[in-house]
Design a protein around this ligand. Structure first.
Ligand code: GDP
Length: 475
């Protein structure tokens, strides 16, 4: 990467590193001092940039939206599998008075907008389920203003219903309950209401504050009321955004399209995005070549709460990546490079961290902590014997030392068992099984001890004996 930035050959950079006694591969990471040295050696001028300068000003953190304009709510539909999330999304989409019944080419872009019977726009995230919702939230992206919780009237509250409630609560997003499938003979909406009570959801008809609507996604019943309810809830939330600001948003979906290149569906959350602007999202950037709305129309711009497909990215960003507009290509490159570097460093640090903790584990074992572990990897011919041996070994421990079975399984001893034993200083035990040839060689090389038994009594006795050898001599 350094070579290509300097427009030099990678071999020349590697040669210079070797001259300084650093044997490096093309994928190795070098520190900034070394990089500077190499760059200067090759006749380049180095300008060091403070890390914190790079991302600064990209997102406006403390803005005052109170003076700005109302924006449409962004809604995610959640609920138990088969309770009708997809059907409801489809049915809502068909109510759209903007596009009429014909609907035109309705392509799936990850989100769409409809007009409520009261006149306001509502944005629906078209990926039902809380996996999408929570994975975005885990990445710090808050895209949902209102959760519509779908509960099938013939099935009631189910595990994923409860999960959805927890997710919405954790995100502090208000819920609206849609009791679906009321057309079905076995429908019992009242039961749904009572069951919801047990999970701290008190709907309006039970004296609570949570809006509830009986609907049938199949027949289209109650959809008008549901959409009105969403708009009313949105008005209570007083959602606002400044359309004049430079655009910020979140990637909802992204894919590599054969004909069109990288395509990202982005929910614009603040400001207005214009065709031709330069954007960064995660580790990718691009100049907006086209903005395409959910009905396939090319747009000149995208105001707050609009979902829009962006063409023109150089690579495919990831769902949950935040999008921002920047002033120049150079700036976009700088940010993207910086992020790539931070990511690499984080990965390297994590790998080093793992090594450190593993080293600590070994040191602890050698220096002797209060209670010693006798680490074992156990492989046996059948599940029954593995279980019997595990139980027997767990019994022979005492205050000072105990057997710790890191892994127990059925089958021959493999290289992966050896790696585990090597990393943890464990002994490998084979009961009525042997080691693969590769595993045997690996064990020899790594100095991992492998012992074979075909009588449980012998095995346990041996382990007991070697465990006692771990104890201090005065005991
Ligand atoms: P999801 O897994 O939550 O997305 O559920 P789907 O939308 O795929 O629906 C699951 C099943 O329930 C499908 O067979 C739908 O046709 C059916 N279904 C959905 N909504 C209704 C409804 O209002 N009434 C009836 N009778 N069936 C429905």
């Amino acid at each position: 990467e350094l070579a290509s930035r300097m427009a030099e050959r990678a071999v020349d950079v590697i040669k210079l590193l070797m001259k300084q006694g650093q044997m490096m591969k093309i994928t190795d990471v070098i520190d900034s001092d070394t990089a500077q040295l190499i760059a200067e050696e090759l006749g380049h001028t180095v300008k060091r940039v403070a890390e914190s300068d790079v991302e600064e000003g990209l997102y406006e953190t403390d803005y005052d939206d109170s003076e700005t304009e109302t924006r449409p709510p962004v809604v995610t539909i959640m609920g138990h599998v088969d309770h009708g999330k997809t059907s409801l999304l489809d049915a809502v989409r068909k109510t759209d008075v903007v596009r009429g019944e014909a609907g035109g080419i309705t392509q799936h872009i990850g989100a769409y907008q409809v007009r409520s019977p009261l006149g306001g726009l509502i944005t629906f995230i078209d990926t039902p389920g809380h996996a999408a919702f929570s994975s975005m939230r885990a990445r710090g992206a808050k895209v949902t203003d209102i959760v519509v919780l779908v509960v099938a009237a013939d099935d009631g509250v189910k595990p994923q219903t409860i999960e959805a409630i927890s997710h919405a609560k954790a995100a502090e997003v208000p819920l609206i309950v849609a009791i679906n499938k009321i057309d079905k003979p076995g429908a019992d909406p009242q039961r749904v209401r009572t069951e919801l009570l047990q999970h701290d959801i008190q709907v309006e008809s039970m004296g609570g504050e949570t809006l509830e609507f009986e609907v049938s996604a199949l027949k289209g019943t109650g959809l008008k009321e549901l959409l009105e309810g969403i708009q009313l809830q949105a008005e209570l939330l007083d959602l606002r955004a400044d359309p004049e600001a430079s655009a910020e948003g979140t990637v909802i979906e992204a894919k590599l399209d054969r004909g069109r290149g990288p395509v990202a569906t982005v929910l614009i959350q603040r400001g207005t995005l214009y065709n031709g602007e330069i954007v960064v999202a995660g580790a990718e950037w691009g100049r907006v070549r086209a903005l395409i709305s959910d009905d396939g129309e090319s747009q000149r711009d995208a105001p707050p709460s609009t979902p829009v497909e962006i063409l023109g990215f150089n690579g495919t960003p990831e769902a949950g990546d935040r999008l921002a507009v920047v002033e120049s290509e150079a700036r976009a490159r700088e940010i993207v490079d910086y992020r790539a570097r931070v990511k690499r460093e984080r990965l390297a640090a994590r790998a080093a961290g793992q090594r450190a903790s593993m080293a600590e584990l070994m040191r602890e074992r050698q220096e002797g902590s209060a209670r010693k572990d006798y680490a074992l990897v156990l492989k046996g011919d059948v599940q029954g014997s593995v279980e019997a041996i595990t139980a027997a070994l767990e019994k022979i421990g005492n205050e000072e030392v105990s057997a710790r079975i890191l892994h127990a399984g059925v089958g021959a001893i493999t290289e992966s068992d050896v790696t585990l034993a090597q990393a943890t200083g464990a002994l490998i035990i084979g009961f009525n099984v042997r080691a693969h040839k590769e595993a045997r060689e690996a064990a020899d090389q790594a100095g991992v001890n492998v012992r074979y038994y075909n009588i449980i009594y012998d095995l346990v006795d041996d382990v007991r004996e070697s465990m006692s050898s771990l104890l201090p001599p005065n005991l």
